[in-house]
Design a protein around this ligand. Sequence first.
Ligand SMILES: Cc1ncc(COP(=O)(O)O)c(C=O)c1O
Length: 383
Amino acid sequence: MQDKLTLMIPGPTPVPETVLLAMSRHPIGHRSAEFQKIVKRTTEQLKWLHQTSGDVLVMSGSGTAAMEAGIINVLSRGDKVLCGDNGKFGERWVKLSKAFGLEVQVIKAEWGQPLDPEAFRAALEADTAKEIRAVILTHSETSTGVINDLQTIAAHVRAHGTALTIADCVTSLGACDVPMDAWGLDVVGSGSQKGYMMPPGLAFVGMSDRAWTAYERSDLPKFYLDLGKYRKAAHADSNPFTPPVNLYFALEAALEMMQQEGLESIVARHARHRAAAQAGMTAMGLPLYAAAGHGSPAITAVAPEGVDAEVLRKAVKERFDILLAGGQDHLKGKVFRIGHLGFVCDRDVLTAVAAIEATLQGLGLHKGTPGAGMAATAAALAG
Ligand SMILES: Cc1ncc(COP(=O)(O)O)c(C=O)c1O
């Protein structure tokens, strides 16, 4: 049905009407006092979201631009880095690091499994010459629906003393607690189309003081993504280049909504939706893809047996106008993913589970008691 599509993918995520309306204004001059006020306000709001007293810089781009900026601004040619890889995005940071001539040691885990913090501790402790300059990892691995133990890994990096933690928090910020200062994170990358409840287009990079010290020695080529330019401009409530000003209107409105809800409530809501989605799938006999206890609060990946996940996903879209995400790479057809990130309420999760259940029943593939998925989801939401 026209205009009925509900996004239950891990990005782009649904955008609240308040945010859409905030955007639907005539653009204003990006060197005007009015725009400066917005930059000042959103900078404070972003520090609140990142739980940091450091800089959080805003640029045009997607999450990958944020991560690329984070990496090229604190590292130098030939630097040794440890990269965590347990999914599509971990793989991407390995490729990105190699593209910039870094010497990459990969710490791998099977897709669906979390990264092992002990493997990071061992590699960092073995580095008595202190050659490792950074540990690069994904907090919420969107491709598999696994949440990695960023807090523990970052603590091991701190104990090393020299290395920085560069974290992809693209699908964790705004879904779970990411206290940048308390966890000692040095670089935190994210993008607007995820927990921010905005359309795509803005990239964010949080930078610690240690990251800025590393910036001074970094010799990797950069111009548009040179974070020094963004810091200088941000300290004057500005942006070095022409920013997408309408997305700034959206940013201010979205962060205002998030502040009104409160971080604790946002985190609790995402945890509740994870529990509800997991309960529904399990009650229908659909195995979860992420290892037990390691599911991301933003995404539930499901690996149905005896049914092509793409067939199921397409049927849910055609019959119910709910868009689920498919499996990536070798998981195509084997996995579908329910995004419950950002502007998602209990009704959305309940409806998505009901749609999956009705579709399975229609295809004659429901393995449990009819209605069991809905009942389990409703109970988890209530509890
Ligand atoms: C964990 C994670 N990292 C990075 C990205 C890349 O972001 P973008 O597509 O915005 O560049 C995504 C996008 O889905 C993601 O989920």
